[in-house]
Design a protein around this ligand. Structure first.
Ligand code: PMP
Length: 395
């Protein structure tokens, strides 16, 4: 073991006993490079983050420009700074009129924490409804509304008054009542293994929230930012949430999240109590510059136009007799196999082939593929060939 491995294992907190554990020196586009020069194709975008590829030149330039102006100057919400202003203006111009006010935070879980607090404060209610098998983050509030019991039990007590309903089951919607502050759900469940709801289901959720006055929070931290072929996944279901949460790919590789609502709702964080939600680093000017450049790249390079075509091509190329099912929306894939052990072997053999694919948090017998949206069709073909070789070896 070399020095850097030893530090990684001893002086950096570990989250699993089997970390993926490759060393990375630099990254460019869809590729990661190890210190020995080995090249890996990043078929998971650093878990749905590097959707416009690693170190997109436009993003790097925007970061450099901001570095020359200023870094952090004040906690969120006090000073007027052009970087978060420009980002909020651009982002809200791409959203329906009712999603006109952004609160910038530092991560996905924080975006959901803010959204939950906002819903409780706005409605004056306490009950939160979430979905079984959901994942919303690892801090106490987001963990409380995540569905995987195995990940939660050691950390109880968690938030009270949380009820879980079946995802995509209209029979459970009667649990949403006048007591409910909010319903939080992923538009497409990511870590449950890419679960795509019926349009009629999401529309019924929207209707039930309207009838009861519960706010609908859609978590698009994983499925947003073009991953499914539209900038926001909810656009494909004909509904608009009351609060939208984004992170991951939103920052183009720097850490930033946001919860977005109508000003009428968001305004309540300013009084009773004042400073109802605060953050030191939220809206960091460098992260905002990176996020703005990312939105511009998605738009100017017309990335959304090719997502579905590349997704369909990948789906065709990944057909293999031992694949049990493929669930896909755009370039977000779950590929199911008979056993978790086979999935582990595939992920390992793919690594040897120089392809990074990975597991889901709550769905052990499938692996995830979510390549940068910038991947070319030739790169899709090359990567899929290597993945199929890894599947062959796993048999
Ligand atoms: N929501 C969803 C749907 C996610 O996939 C994730 C991260 N996997 C989160 C929330 C939490 O985001 P973060 O890790 O940035 O806190």
């Amino acid at each position: 073991m070399n020095f850097s491995n030893e530090v990684f294992l001893s002086n950096l907190a570990q989250t699993t006993q089997q970390p993926y554990g490759i060393s990375i020196e630099r990254a460019e586009g869809i590729y990661l490079y190890a210190p020995d020069g080995k090249r890996y194709t990043d078929m998971i975008s650093g878990i749905a983050v590097s959707s416009i590829g690693h170190r997109h030149p436009r993003v790097i330039q925007a970061i450099k420009n901001q570095l020359d102006k200023h870094l952090h100057v004040m906690v969120y919400g006090e000073f007027i700074q052009s970087s978060p202003n420009l980002l909020a203006a651009k982002l809200t111009s791409l959203l329906p009129a009712s999603l006109n006010c952004c609160y910038f935070v530092n991560s996905g879980t924080e975006a959901n924490e803010g959204a939950l607090k906002l819903a409780k404060r706005f409605t004056g209610r306490t009950e939160i409804i979430s979905c079984k098998k959901s994942y919303h983050g690892s801090t106490h509030g987001s963990l409380s509304v995540s569905g995987n019991e195995m990940k939660k039990s050691a950390f109880r007590p968690l938030l009270p008054d949380v009820r879980f309903i079946d995802f995509n089951n209209p029979d459970d919607l009667h649990y949403i009542t006048e007591r409910t502050a909010c319903v939080i759900m992923e538009t497409i469940q990511g870590d449950a293994g890419v679960r795509i709801p019926d349009t009629s289901y999401l529309q019924a959720v929207r209707k039930r929230c309207d009838e009861t006055g519960a706010l609908l929070i859609l978590d698009e931290i994983q499925c947003g930012m073009g991953r499914t072929g539209t900038l926001f996944a909810f656009e494909q279901f004909g509904i608009v949430p009351d609060i939208l949460t984004l992170a991951k790919a939103f920052g183009g590789g720097l850490p930033i999240g946001t919860f977005i609502a109508d000003k009428r709702i968001m305004q309540c964080l300013t009084h009773d109590p004042p400073l109802g939600h605060i953050t030191t680093f939220g809206g960091n000017p460098v992260c905002c510059a990176s996020a703005l450049a990312t939105l511009e790249v998605i738009e100017e390079e017309k990335l959304l136009a090719t997502v579905e075509k590349k997704g369909r091509l990948m789906e065709q190329l990944l057909h293999h007799p031992s694949v049990k099912a493929i669930r896909r929306k755009g370039l977000l894939f779950a590929i199911d196999f008979e056993t978790a052990e086979q999935v582990n072997r595939i992920v390992e053999f793919a690594k040897e082939e120089g392809i990074i694919c990975y597991w889901f948090l709550s769905h052990p017998n499938s692996f995830r593929i979510a390549p940068p949206l910038t991947i070319t069709e030739d790169q899709v073909r090359e990567a899929c060939k290597a993945i199929v070789r890894a599947i062959d070896k796993s048999l």
